[in-house]
Design a protein around this ligand. Structure first.
Ligand code: SAM
Ligand code: DTB
Ligand code: SF4
Length: 313
């Protein structure tokens, strides 16, 4: 396991050396010219009891977001069909729940999972905290992956969320792993954290054995009405350093260029791909905020001469 100092020294390498090492690690396990397309669907939106400072869905912030109940299955399946037609191979469904509770809504989610899995797409869900038993039920329903981000360093985490602990996050991730689901866990850059927090965040991920199969690196989408309203994004190369360091530390994991792409230039996204990002979220919307959209992403890959992973030419 690398130490915190070792991670810091990778992160701080001169950019040409850092990018070369990251691109080299990328090539040992992946085709560097392909990107996995994933699509998000917020199947239940807003009115969340947690107080995550970055999140537009928290009921603690006045973001004006209209809460929406659990979506009807047919509407979700329609979204999944559209996503598949646009090249997505993974459908990621999110709910603004603090935790999974046994009962009717969870049964409905299991039913949705079964039908999306039957469409021959990888299914990922993110529903907040859950137990190993509940994770097993998701797996039996055909779910492949569970997303649960650690978001930042332990220290910084506890300044941005008061309604749960960093250890609660780790406990859920353990339950997901024990149930035999793949783990998707990453974080957010640009919440006002120090570089040191970013290093501690990556270090926490290295302590997971095995490490997450996918690691989303989000740039904060600063939303009006949240406590992080108006927080400016860090310099682009700081974000690229995070992608490259994650790629070097986790050569076999998917590194997902996640939220925040609407605020990134084409050149920045290109550099992220070169630094080892090999997955992204497509579609007009993330969960509640805008995303570049399918036609933008098809044009982007066309421009770069790259392919969608798993798409037939
Ligand atoms: N409620 C569940 C939970 O918190 O685990 C699942 C949904 S939650 C919206 C999923 C993840 O989205 C968060 O862990 C966070 O990393 C990311 N996220 C939320 N709001 C964001 C924002 N404004 N900018 C970037 N990422 C954000
Ligand atoms: C992740 O790391 N990013 C996605 C997904 N996992 C669930 C969510 C991003 C949300 C951005 C803010 C919004 O659209 O509400
Ligand atoms: Fe709720 Fe998840 Fe948003 Fe936190 S990140 S407020 S738990 S939806």
């Amino acid at each position: 396991m690398p130490t915190i100092q070792e991670i810091r020294s990778i992160h701080d390498l001169p950019i040409p050396e850092l990018l070369f090492r990251a691109a080299t690690a990328h090539r040992t396990h992946w085709n560097p010219n392909e990107i996995q397309f994933c699509t998000l669907d917020s199947i239940q939106t807003g009115a969340c009891p947690e107080d995550c400072a970055y999140c537009p869905q928290s009921s603690h912030h006045g973001t004006g977001l209209k809460p929406e109940p659990l979506k009807e299955k047919e509407r979700v399946l329609e979204g999944a069909r559209k996503a598949k037609a646009a090249g997505s191979t993974r459908y990621c469904m999110g709910a603004s729940w603090r935790e999974v509770r046994d009962g009717e809504p969870f049964e409905q989610v299991l039913d949705i999972v079964r039908d999306v899995a039957a469409m021959d797409m990888e299914v990922c869900v993110t529903l907040g905290m859950l137990t190993e038993e509940q994770a097993k039920r998701l797996k039996e329903a055909g779910c492949t992956v569970y997303n649960h981000n650690i978001d930042s360093s332990r220290e910084f985490y506890e300044t941005i969320i008061s309604t749960r602990k960093f250890d609660d996050r780790l406990r859920t991730i353990k339950a997901v792993r024990a149930a035999g689901l793949e783990v998707c866990s990453g974080g957010i850059v640009g919440m006002g954290e120090k570089v040191e927090d970013r290093i501690h965040f990556l270090h926490e991920l290295t302590l997971m054995n095995p490490p997450p199969e996918s690691i989303p690196i989000n740039q904060l989408v600063s939303v009006e009405g949240t406590p992080l309203e108006g927080v400016e994004p860090p310099p682009p190369l700081e974000f690229i350093r995070m992608i490259a360091t994650a790629r070097i530390l986790f050569p076999e994991s998917r590194i997902r260029l996640s939220a925040g792409r609407s605020a990134m230039s084409t050149e920045m996204q290109t550099l992220a791909f070169f630094a080892g990002a090999n997955s992204l979220f497509t579609g007009e919307k993330l969960l509640t905020t805008p995303n570049p959209g399918d036609s933008h992403d098809h044009q982007l890959l066309e421009l770069l001469g790259m392919d969608i992973e798993g798409a037939k030419r």
